[in-house]
Design a protein around this ligand. Structure first.
Ligand SMILES: [Zn+2]
Length: 1001
């Protein structure tokens, strides 16, 4: 007689069949449900026989291996720090492919940390537990690939007592990015950046290099090679796009007269008088980045006579940094030397020869660094070099260092590696498996759809989770043919198996969501789904519609770490469910209870004393009691669900099994997050698995009036390191508030100015220019200017405001337009060029406009205004200091709005700012001043930003007298160079922080 197959539950299936490989798990070996007893019911609710149709699982995120939070990380948008990353950010994996952050841990302190130094000078601080893929050079046969913890390598950096270093890591493969639509061909821009006039369309070249004009022509511009009579030495001249068009009268500056398409485009890129590599070029495709390097090398580069080293010399630190970043992103190992400034006597005159940087690296003719044939000819083939040496970086020291705050990130890269450090060093990461899909494929074959936030993530999910699942579980290996086998019916996004198919797709693809009817839906990380997919509505609803034909046999599993209250899908789904919590028994009185963070108590400053206190008898339970508690636990519903077929589970890291995240560590993380609202938010999301409530309620203005402090207005307080300003444009006046800033975004209202007059009038804006030219005395000596100022152009006279701002031509002015939306990752976007009306003439793309997500910055201000004083002597970082002299009306304006939660027509919560009072200028100005600080890079560069400001202020008295001019020092150009304008750069902090920026007096 034929017997039906045994009806296993998902957890029974996992116990019997699932193997966790070393590739896919922190704890390899057979799956043991007893390790995490709370997962049993969650999984079993997904079994075919269980009546639930929808299973909602709201949880904290996982924890991997940590890197210091100040570690710079290259992202697709530019540099970020480890501490500033959030879920959804795009990084690069070790092969240079973009990958996405799918989890971030809270910031951890008190860990054993080390400083690792590499042979190209790069240093990085990381946790002792961090795992590195390294080459180990102890064997005589050659290096061996291993993965080692920092602490294990630390004592063995050198081989024996000799001079040789034992460990090396690979330089990364070139970062693969799509072709960018670039305004100027990268080769042409590279030529101009290397040796072009900083204001015009002229490039100086060696007289033998007429060939350069041909290469420029081939890159799509008109280029004329000229040998001017007045030339000095053997310099020739190339003019790009030589169509002069004189506009205006004799008063028009030369740079405007020499208007050509090329110069117009240079202006749009904001490189005129401001040489740097624009961000779009740093993140362009590999071929485009190579072309940019070739342009710079053809004009400003050399190769040693033996062909071994390519060299690029320049006196502009920003160009040099850009060159290094380009080279590293292409997998090269550049080294950089600074050639110090010297005093020389030239023609009897005492002159200072300014310092410059020399960047050098090894390259081979298989990937030429030049286009000019005389330079290419010198390059050697790989066969004649030692490519391994130039593609690896030796570790030259690993020193214990003071513990620094660290955090881990989890990425969706297939090999769990992501790039860190300015040298793009690959590092390790962890992941977890998935049992339900294995159970479906093996035990209840049917069509199944697994949805990730994006299609790109679905591909990675396939490689990272599904492939190991299939390879490491014998029962699945025999049922699903490998994707590479011909006619296997399997691709990356679809896996056929007897009786069914698993399709993987992204919530951003309406086509993918509609592609098939599916009995089983796995909806992963739903809080990262787009709100609306291609105008067809909510992706969850769209996917669930595809399962309806399966009636009661269908099942959907919705999983996510929650985000912000009122906007979190998983919270919405959980609240509509029966809200199950995992109840565990007290080890003393046996009372069943679910674990709340509030019951975890410890002595302040001693997180190791953390104990969980029973809600009934107050018995303090210890870490090792957890095992018994979890073993005796059970899920209980805490609400009546709206739909009997939907069940919801919630679990926090308080339930982490012994050996994983401990209560003491949770207490430590909580202490470390104090005073930093952003970290507290991360803690609530990732540790507690709870949503974060934005502090949208307006603080009492009376309380703010009371807490005003005794510092003088119009004087920069001692703590403030930089000044920014926000300008609100009214019909009859400009309101301008000047704010001083320090680490942790502590702020001081330094000045409040009202400029009477219509925004249409020239005089009104001339007054603003005076404000920008003004020096604010600093308490303790010296003076400061406004480093950046944001103007709201959204009023009634937008066109006139554009015109006046364009006329002022101060690079510190950032014209802005406010939008209502939330955007935490990119709260200021742009700039986008807009047309400006100057002297009655329309100037196409004459002004660059920034878009400010006003809601995000208002919430940021309110979080800071709500900070509690605590019992400490010192005020917490982020404190908003208000001077005694500011009046009550201004303070009322500062808190004139409140966050309200409304429901849209589909019943989804939406949060909006609503006015409590008519006048809100102070709030608008504060938001703009904060956006200005963001533009300076304070958020992106973290501690480095403030440290450079502190250094600069310490050096200030000296710098005031000898402000060097920027320019091409290594290869002086025969063309006159204009005095550089103050150089401000939102992408990289170094350039504008240099003393020449001129706002620090
Ligand atoms: Zn008890």
């Amino acid at each position: 007689m034929l017997r039906p197959p045994p009806q296993l539950t998902v957890s029974e299936w996992a116990e019997r069949h699932r193997m966790l490989g070393s590739r896919a798990s922190a704890e390899p070996g057979p799956w043991r449900t007893s390790r995490t007893p709370y997962l049993k019911d969650v999984m079993d609710a997904l079994s075919a026989v269980h009546p639930a149709r929808r299973v909602v699982f709201m949880k904290g995120a996982q924890v991997g291996a940590p890197l210091a939070i100040t570690t710079p990380i290259p992202t697709a948008e530019g540099w970020a720090t480890m501490g500033s990353l959030s879920v959804g950010d795009t990084l690069f994996d070790e092969r240079g492919h973009p990958c996405r952050v799918i989890g971030v841990s809270p910031i951890m302190i008190g860990r054993a940390c080390y400083t690792i130094t590499f042979d190209d000078g790069e240093t990085i601080v990381c946790d002792g537990e961090h795992r590195w893929p390294v080459w180990d050079f102890t064997d005589n046969e050659g290096p061996r690939a291993r993965v080692l913890h920092t602490r294990d390598m630390a004592p063995w950096v050198r081989i024996g007592r000799g001079p040789r270093y034992r460990y090396a890591i690979d330089c990364c493969s070139p970062a693969e990015l799509p072709d960018q639509d670039l305004l100027i061909h990268p080769y042409v821009l590279g030529m101009w950046l290397g040796d072009g006039s900083s204001t015009m369309n002229h490039i100086s070249v060696h007289e033998e290099d007429a060939e350069a004009a041909e290469h420029l022509q081939a890159s799509g511009v008109v280029a004329q090679f000229r040998l001017p009579r007045w030339r000095k030495g053997r310099c020739a001249n190339i003019v790009i796009d030589p169509t002069f068009r004189v506009v205006g009268d004799g008063d028009t500056p030369a740079s405007v007269q020499h208007r050509s398409r090329f110069t117009t485009r240079l202006r749009t890129l904001d490189v005129l008088d401001n040489k740097h590599i624009p961000a779009a070029y740093l993140r362009a495709s590999r071929e485009q980045r190579l072309d940019l390097i070739r342009g710079m090398m053809d004009s400003d580069g050399t190769i040693t006579p033996d062909g071994k080293r390519c060299e690029f010399c320049n006196g502009d630190r920003r160009l040099v940094d850009g060159m290094i970043e380009l080279l590293r992103s292409l997998g090269y190992k550049p080294t950089v030397y600074f050639m110090a400034s010297r005093r020389k006597v030239i023609n009897g005159q005492d002159r200072t020869c300014l310092g410059y940087w020399r960047v050098s690296w090894t390259a081979y003719c298989e990937e030429p660094m030049f286009r000019l044939s005389r330079k290419v000819a010198r390059m050697r083939p790989i066969a004649r070099g030692r490519p391994g040496k130039s593609r690896r970086r030796r570790i030259v020291s690993i020193e214990p260092t003071n513990s620094v705050p660290v955090r881990c990130i989890e990425v969706d890269s297939p090999n769990h590696l992501y790039l860190c450090g300015e040298g793009w060093i690959p590092t390790h990461n962890t992941e977890s498996g998935n049992n339900w899909l294995g159970y479906i494929m093996h035990h209840v074959p049917a069509p199944a759809l697994a949805v990730q936030p994006t299609v790109e993530l679905a591909k990675r999910f396939s490689r990272q989770r599904i492939d190991p699942l299939l390879e490491e579980t014998p029962a699945l290996r025999e049922r699903v043919a490998p994707a590479r086998a011909r006619d296997s019916g399997n691709t990356m996004l679809s896996k056929e198996f007897p009786g069914g198919i698993l399709v993987l797709t992204g919530a951003n693809s309406a086509v993918g969501l509609r592609s098939m009817t599916a009995r089983f839906l796995f909806l992963d990380e739903v809080d990262a789904y787009p709100g609306d997919v291609a105008g067809e509505g909510d992706p969850i609803a769209l996917a669930e519609a595809r399962a309806r034909t399966f009636g009661w046999r269908r099942k959907a599993f919705l999983v996510s770490t929650p985000t912000i209250s009122g906007r979190s899908r998983i919270e919405r789904e959980y609240l509509a469910s029966d809200q199950r919590r995992f109840f565990v028994p007290c080890t003393a009185c046996g009372e069943m209870q679910w674990l709340r963070f509030e019951r975890l108590l410890w002595e302040k400053g001693a997180p190791e004393t953390a104990r969980y206190h029973c809600s009934t008898c107050d018995h303090p339970m210890q870490e090792h009691d957890k095992t018994a508690m979890l073993g005796g636990g059970e899920w209980r519903a805490t609400a009546a669900g709206q739909d009997p077929h939907t069940i919801g589970f919630h679990i926090s890291a308080l339930y982490s099994p012994v050996g994983w995240l401990s209560w003491a560590q949770i207490a430590r993380d909580w202490e470390a997050a104090q005073g930093k609202p952003e970290d507290i938010k991360t803690f609530r999301n990732t540790v507690l698995g709870e949503t974060w409530q934005e502090q949208g309620e307006a603080p009492d203005w009376e309380r703010l009036v009371e807490r005003r402090e005794d510092f003088a207005m119009g004087v920069v307080p001692l703590g403030a390191l930089v000044l920014t300003a926000g300008v609100d444009v009214q019909d009859d006046r400009l309101e301008c508030d000047v704010w001083g800033w320090a680490e942790g975004f502590s702020s001081w209202l330094v000045d409040h100015a009202v400029i009477p007059g219509s925004p249409r009038d020239r005089e009104t804006w001339d007054e603003l220019a005076k404000l920008l030219a003004r020096d604010w005395p600093r308490q303790g000596g010296g003076a400061m200017r406004i480093a950046r100022l944001c103007v709201d152009t959204g009023g009634r006279d937008t066109a006139a405001v554009y015109g006046h701002l364009r006329r002022l031509r101060d690079p510190r002015i950032a014209p802005t337009k406010g939008i209502d939306g939330w955007n935490r990752a990119q709260p200021v976007q742009g700039p986008t060029p807009v047309d400006a009306l100057v002297n009655g003439q329309k100037l196409r793309r004459g002004l660059k406009l920034w878009t400010v997500s006003v809601s995000t910055w208002k919430a940021d201000l309110y979080r800071r205004l709500w900070l509690g004083r605590g019992d400490a002597e010192e005020l917490p970082p982020g404190w908003v200091h208000l001077p005694r002299a500011i009046d009550v009306e201004w303070i009322k304006q500062l808190v004139a709005e409140q966050l309200r939660t409304t429901k849209d027509r589909r019943g989804f919560a939406r949060q909006e700012w609503a006015k409590l009072r008519e006048r809100n200028e102070a709030l608008d100005c504060a938001v703009l001043a904060r956006a200005a600080l963001w533009l300076l890079g304070a958020d992106r560069y973290g501690e480095r930003f403030w440290q450079q400001l502190r250094d600069q202020i310490a050096d200030a008295p000296m710098l005031a007298s000898e402000i060097p001019t920027a320019g091409n020092v290594a290869n002086p150009s025969p063309l006159p160079q204009a005095d550089p304008a103050p150089a401000f750069d939102t992408q990289r902090p170094r350039g504008w922080l240099a003393p020449r920026s001129g706002w620090l007096r």
